[in-house]
Design a protein around this ligand. Structure first.
Ligand code: PGA
Length: 251
């Protein structure tokens, strides 16, 4: 049986005071949650120290939202995987659609970042997803397959045994428009099938999260689908009650 994860992606929101209040409420709320649901928060780099201190000894794991593809060197403004290790990060998002769309991250670069995370024992959360234009053109599965294949070709199927995948249709992120559970399930199943061609065991164990306007009102239906193993939560993760309701929906 695969596990389930609900992972918060705070994006560029928050500050010391709001983070402390939010984590306080999340920590209070996760106590009753079944252990089978893994919970993590991906915070902006400057708040890793704060979050590490507040989450220490709890069941909520820490993650970052990006990393450099390089292990070290003259890369002003970049953050290496080893630096994330220093703050006990377990997860790091790679290839979020905002990184791909706004900062020009290509499939090839995302694959390098995925490898950089694995090299330092971080679990990369590989984000994939199509734009509305691509969906309307009937290219969803081609686009997502290409995003998966770039990583598969670079690290091999074994790399996926230490990773998670998040399917996030770009048109559903922060828009209030969610993929239907059937639309999401179709893509999740195709990702699993593609990886199963390389190794059925790894594909079966891989957690594939859904992201894109997940809310307490739609989480249960999405998470009830066979190949949807939890969620990557943006907007709703900034409200403890909503985030906790979504965590409960995964239980
Ligand atoms: P959203 O963001 O839940 O606000 O749509 C999800 C994400 O970008 O990871």
């Amino acid at each position: 049986m695969r596990g389930k994860h609900v992972i918060a992606n705070w994006k560029m929101h928050g500050g010391l005071e709001t983070n402390a209040a939010l984590l306080h409420d999340v920590l209070a709320g996760v106590t009753g949650l079944p252990e089978a649901v893994g919970v993590a928060v991906c915070v902006p780099f400057p708040y890793l120290t704060q979050a590490q201190a507040l989450l220490r000894g709890s069941r909520v794991a820490l993650g970052a939202q990006n990393l450099s593809e390089h292990p070290q060197g003259a890369f002003t403004g970049e953050v290496a995987a080893s630096m994330l290790n220093d703050f006990a990060c377990r997860y790091v998002l790679v290839g979020h659609s905002e990184r791909r769309g706004l900062y020009g991250e290509t499939n090839a670069l995302v694959a390098k970042k995925f490898a950089a995370a694995l090299a330092k024992n971080l679990s990369p959360i590989l984000c994939v997803g199509e734009t509305l234009e691509e969906r309307d053109a009937g290219r969803t599965l081609d686009v997502v397959s290409a995003q998966i294949d770039a990583v598969l070709d670079h690290v091999g199927i074994a790399g996926f045994s230490g990773a998670l995948v998040a399917y996030e249709p770009v048109w559903a992120i922060g828009t209030g428009r969610t993929a239907t559970s059937a639309q999401a399930q179709e893509v999740h199943a195709s990702i699993r099938a593609r990886l199963a061609c390389a190794d059925a065991g790894v594909a079966e164990k891989l957690e594939i999260l859904y992201g894109g306007s997940v809310k307490p009102s739609n989480a249960s239906e999405l998470f009830s689908m066979k190949d949807i193993d939890g969620g990557l939560i943006g907007g709703a993760s900034l409200h403890a009650a909503d985030f906790l309701a979504i965590c409960r929906a995964a239980a």
